[in-house]
Design a protein around this ligand. Structure first.
Ligand SMILES: Cc1ncc(COP(=O)(O)O)c(C=O)c1O
Length: 490
């Protein structure tokens, strides 16, 4: 008797859910070559679905080369562990990539699913009324000028406002040193394009920000991951990696790191800068969460401590204000500044002027400080709820470090159960979604980690979501663990 969880109200057809179930079983090594799949009629009857759904699922698996039908004998698994990757191989990576980001996002968007998988805080944090007011002010004041091309470097008054803000963090900066970008993402991309060539090596954390790995992939540079401890990137491992790989750039998010939530303390920041100087490697600092501490101010950004002009500082307004306006900035200065502006111009001519001007009006109103105080307090409350719910509902043996800022709880699941990718579909069926740890790693590790964005939901939903996650874990254990102990039929 097979107990296969199927989501009958889902938009995704039953046959595709069924095919995916078998694919995951095969790729996870729980259905082995030679295992026989149940006859279509019998399985349809057991599951209470139409036989055609089973036939279609088997056809899809056959086309993928995972099973084969032998007339008169039945349908058998053909995929081998070697083909699909067995333990010790890169299979978690393949597995996670099979459940591609797009598919994960689509599943997480199903009605009723509490999604902890995204990268933004909840909608009620977005000051829509203030934005409306700012846009109207700009249109009344600037008319067509507001929707004309802007300078590639950015709207000068906004560059000025950014330079004043980062100066308050200790960064020596003039408005000319500021490049306004399409979100922090574009700031990172422009640096990768400007500093690196095809095939160059880029050092990053392992784990690291997923969007940085995307950039590395499309720009054809090789990301090498350096492990983290509770204080951020491990510098002993960094130095060994520099010696081994001679990288051209170090990417690092030292404050409320995504996904781990770690903050690099001041002494380690200074040591990191010492290493960068010793090996003469520029650092790309990502500071998008810098303002989201729940308690005291974090240590100064690396750029504020930099005596040698080696740090490029990227940040923006997505995490603290309005992600969809796509306003970020890059503080480089020095010889790279002009080159970066050229690359920016080639990429998209300019960041939309209306958005830049509206952001400038908003910042000039002085409302940001109050807004930040509100969201910090709310994030703190949500984080405490999440940690409390994690203690209460996540499987015993789960581990995490309570963050002091940012949006995420980074959880290591216990070894005695499913990986994050294996659990994912069951979690969706229980109405909860998370981000799979493997996706944040450079080497396919992190299979037992999940990232939970608690900022996306109010406390009662956080409690409910974590409860569902615990239930999904238990359901998985009950449904699939016996299958792992099963022996092959042939
Ligand atoms: C560490 C990090 N850097 C950069 C970004 C991109 O930010 P933006 O929306 O400003 O492009 C994100 C968004 O998730 C992030 O987590």
């Amino acid at each position: 008797m097979m107990d296969i969880p199927l989501y009958k109200d889902a938009v995704e057809p039953i046959y595709r859910q069924l095919a995916r179930y078998f694919r995951l079983q095969i790729e996870g090594g729980r259905l082995l070559p030679g295992d026989r799949l149940p006859p279509t009629r019998e399985l349809a009857r057991q599951l209470g679905i139409a036989r055609i759904s089973v036939v279609n699922a088997y056809t899809q698996l056959q086309e993928a080369g995972l099973i084969a039908a032998h007339p008169g004998r039945g349908t058998f698994v053909t995929g081998t562990r070697a083909q699909t990757g067995g333990p010790g191989s890169q299979w978690p990576l393949r597995h996670a990539l099979n459940i591609s980001m797009r598919e994960m996002t689509r599943l997480a968007r199903q009605p009723g699913v509490i999604a902890f998988s995204g990268g933004t805080s909840s909608e009620e944090f977005l000051p829509v009324e203030a934005l409306r007011h700012a846009i109207n002010t700009v249109l009344d004041r600037d008319g067509a000028g507001a929707v004309d091309y802007e300078e590639a470097e950015g709207y000068p008054p906004l560059r000025q406002a950014v330079s004043e803000y980062v100066s308050s963090l200790g960064i020596r900066c003039h408005a000319d040193d500021v490049l306004i970008t399409g979100g922090a993402q574009q700031a990172l991309d422009l640096v990768v394009q400007t500093v690196l060539s095809n095939g160059d090596t880029l050092i990053t954390g392992n784990p690291t920000y997923l969007g940085l790995l995307d950039i590395a992939h499309v720009r054809r540079v090789i990301p090498i991951g350096v492990p983290f401890d509770a204080q951020g990137m491990r510098l002993d491992a960094l130095e060994a990696t520099i010696e081994d790989h001679r990288p051209r750039l170090i990417y690092i998010a030292p404050t409320y790191h995504n996904p781990t939530g770690t903050v690099m303390p001041l002494h380690r920041r200074r040591q990191l800068l010492g290493l960068a100087k010793q090996y003469d490697i520029p650092i790309l600092e990502d500071a998008v969460y810098h303002e989201l501490g729940y308690h005291d101010a974090p240590p100064p950004p690396l750029k504020a401590l930099d005596e040698n002009g080696l740090v490029l500082h990227a940040s923006g307004y997505s995490k603290i204000l309005l992600p969809g306006t796509r306003i970020g900035y890059l503080i480089a200065g020095g010889a790279l500044q002009d080159r970066l502006a050229q690359v920016k111009q080639a990429a998209d001519v300019c960041t939309p002027g209306l958005n830049q001007r509206a952001m400038h009006v908003y910042l000039s109103s002085g409302a940001l400080a109050g807004h930040l105080n509100r969201i910090r307090a709310e994030l703190h409350a949500r984080c405490e709820t999440a940690v409390d719910a994690a203690r209460r509902y996540l499987p015993p043996g789960s581990k995490w470090v309570e963050p002091s800022g940012g949006l995420y709880l980074w959880v290591q699941l216990p070894d005695n159960g499913p990986t994050a990718a294996e659990l994912y579909v069951t979690a969706i069926q229980h109405g909860v979604a998370y981000a799979i740890g493997t996706l944040f790693h450079t080497d396919g590790s992190g299979g037992r980690h999940i990232r939970l964005n608690f900022a996306a939901h109010p406390p009662t939903r956080i409690q409910e979501g974590f409860k569902r996650l615990g239930e999904a874990w238990d359901a998985w254990q009950q449904t699939y663990a016996p299958a792992i102990r099963r022996t092959p039929i042939l």
